[in-house]
Design a protein around this ligand. Structure first.
Ligand SMILES: [Zn+2]
Length: 155
């Protein structure tokens, strides 16, 4: 079978990204990852709610699956950065916060997930980001540990 013209990456894995699955934020978050220097060389765990299954899991099975996947990818690829990317208007946070408190809850969860992963993976940089709605666009805001986004060009 011939490929699609896109080659298998031989790059070194730069990071693990944990984000929500929500399609509305895929383009903006992918661009942010380019702007953050990941150059598409990252592992991605996309689950509804992003870091929620680390901090306040909906079930023990969900918590365990998330933990196993993070550990598996680390053992395979030895990335040095973990990027945690939650977003506003997340369906998985509707039961936790009204619109007014939602940002506060995301900030709290991102910080707690950062602490949990920093203990689990000492020496790794754990960065947190929150995607916010700006007019009809999306902005990705660096929070604790997060780096400034530098435009990597073409969207
Ligand atoms: Zn979401």
């Amino acid at each position: 079978m011939t490929g699609m013209g896109i080659k298998l990456s031989k790059a070194r894995c730069r990071a693990l990204v944990i984000s929500c699955s929500d399609f509305r934020f895929v383009s903006a978050q992918r661009q942010a990852r380019l702007d953050l220097g990941l150059n598409n060389a990252y592992d991605l765990i996309a689950r509804p709610g992003g870091v929620r299954q680390i901090v306040l899991p909906t079930s023990e099975a969900a918590r365990q699956t998330m933990e196993e996947e993070i550990l598996l990818l680390f053992e395979l690829h030895h990335f040095q950065r973990i990027l945690l990317m939650n977003h506003m208007t997340c369906g998985m946070y509707q039961d936790l916060a009204g619109r007014r408190e939602e940002e506060e809850v995301h900030r709290e969860h991102l910080e707690r997930a950062r602490e949990i992963l920093a203990v689990r993976f000492p020496g790794l940089a754990v960065e947190t980001y929150l995607s916010v709605i700006e007019g009809d666009g999306v902005g990705v805001v660096p929070l604790a540990g997060g780096r400034k986004l530098r435009s990597a060009g073409a969207k």
